[in-house]
Structure formats: C-alpha cells, structure tokens
Design a binder for this molecule. Structure first.
Ligand code: MG
Length: 277
C-alpha cells in the first residue's frame, strides 16, 4: 500500500512537471529537442490523448496566401521586379548613388560597364527569395579570378561569387557559387561559357542584439541551374578579399552587383525578389 502511494506520488510529480513545461515558449524548444525519449511527453505536447478522428489533427487557419507563378514574365505575382530588361531605374551606382552606369542591352539584359563601379538596388531588403540570371561573355579573357568575375552581395555585405569557372581553376573558396572566401560550394553547376546561368537564392538575414552582438548568423541556400550548391549554409560574416569575416550590426540593405574592375563583361537579366520578412 505504502509502495503504491509512493509510486502514485512520483507519477503526480512527473505529470505536474510536464504541465508546467507546456508554456508556448517551451513548446517550440521541445520540438527542437529530439533527445526527449519519453513517448508520453511527446503525446502531451499535442493534446494529451492520442487522436481517434482525422479531424483532430487538421486545421484551417491561417489561410495560405495565393501566389500565381509565372505571372510577371516568369516571376511570381507577388515578386518585386528589380530588373526586367527595360531600364536600370531600380539601380544606382554604389559609390555615389547616381544613376547606374552599366550597359542596357537590346536583348533584355545588362552588362557590367568596366570600372564604373558596383551597382545596387534603390530598395533595401532583409530575408529574401532572390532569382537572378547571369552570363559570362563568350569571348574568354583572363584566368582564375580575373575571368568574368562579378558577384551578388546580400544586404550589401555578403557576396555570392559569380565567375567563369569552366576550365578555369581557382581557389576552392573563391569558386563560382561560394560565399566568397567562406567554405565551398556543393557542386560546380555552371552551364557552358556564354550561356545563361540561374541562381535561386533563399537568404535569411543575421540577427543582432541591442548591444550590437550577433545572436544568429545569416544562412543561405542556393540552387545553381536547379542544382543545390549551398544548403542552408551559415554565413560567417562579411566576405572581404583580404581579412576575416566581420560582424558589425546592421539592418536591411540593398542587393549589390559587383564590377570587379578587370573588364569582366558579365551580364545579368530577370532579377526579382520576394521579401521573406
Ligand atoms: Mg566576385
């Protein structure tokens, strides 16, 4: 009898402990803690009892917003069109904010005008889905990092490398599709030189506390011509040519395209973005 009472008391303590841990904040943490082994606690996270009807595990709120794909010359209906080939009006020179000076081509693309400097969007962005297409010039010039080098900077800081890597080796962490000078790409998935590449990028901005310390790194996923080359990769900080990554606090920033300054002649087209924050 005494033993049964003790067991009952212990069971009550466990159950009370479980109930106290069911605050909304702790629920989210518990989902991320697969080390919890007690299946009873797992069931408690949902309803306390195993559902017996399909309706008990179905919900209808929130209603998912409808987005029409291919609605704007291939872009989704809710995308912000940054460049559709008709003008450079959404872009400015990074050096002084004047109108972008790159070359607007008849085929709906634009090309880096050598030594006119980087260009960047007038608008600023944080977390985004970004679609961008780029092409190296057919006429090959230079080697290594000097062959059709450009880049796409998220939040004006973090460079996704653009480079003609076809039969053109360079340092691994500076290859096409790398977060420049950080780690490696999972694959080199470029099309032949002179053809159009696509990058589809999912980017989550870093977070900083009120003292300026980074509390969460940026992450990036990239499909290069449909091939996964960055898989939720942590961005360690800025991507300088010389030096380690830096992590000064910042908010939203423009998307910037690089003029590498060595007659890269890289072209871009069909640039659109969907803000994710
Ligand atoms: Mg570059």
């Amino acid at each position: 009898m005494i033993r049964r009472s003790i067991l009952s008391l212990l069971l009550l303590i466990v159950l009370v402990g479980c109930q106290q841990s069911k605050t909304p904040q702790n629920e989210a943490k518990t989902v991320d803690q697969p080390q919890i082994e007690d299946p009873v606690i797992t069931y408690e996270e949902y309803s306390g009892t195993e559902p017996t009807k399909p309706e008990e595990t179905e919900f209808y709120e929130p209603v998912v917003p409808e987005v029409k794909p291919y609605a704007q010359n291939g872009a989704p209906s809710d995308a912000i069109i940054l460049f559709d080939g008709t003008s450079l009006d959404n872009w400015v020179s990074s050096s002084d904010g004047s109108q972008a000076k790159w070359i607007l081509n008849d085929d709906g693309s634009m090309t880096v005008k050598n030594k006119t400097g980087d260009i960047q969007t007038k608008d600023s962005f944080g977390c985004v889905q970004l679609h961008i297409e780029w092409k190296s010039p057919e006429e090959i010039q230079g080697e290594g990092q000097s062959r059709a080098n450009s880049g796409i900077f998220l939040q004006n800081r973090y460079e996704v490398q653009v480079l003609d890597n076809n039969d053109n080796p360079t340092y691994t962490n500076g290859q096409v599709g790398t977060i420049y000078k950080q780690g490696t790409a999972l694959a080199m998935a470029s099309v032949p030189t002179g053809q159009w590449n696509t990058y589809d990028i999912i980017y989550h901005a870093p977070k900083f506390n009120e003292l300026g310390g980074k509390t969460k790194s940026a992450t990036i996923t990239i499909l290069h011509n449909g091939v996964l080359i960055q898989d939720h990769t942590e961005i360690k900080g800025t991507t300088p040519y010389i030096g380690w990554p830096k992590n000064e606090a910042h908010g939203k920033g423009p998307i910037r395209l690089q003029d590498h300054g060595d007659n890269s002649r890289v072209s871009y087209r069909n640039i659109w973005v969907r803000p994710l924050d």
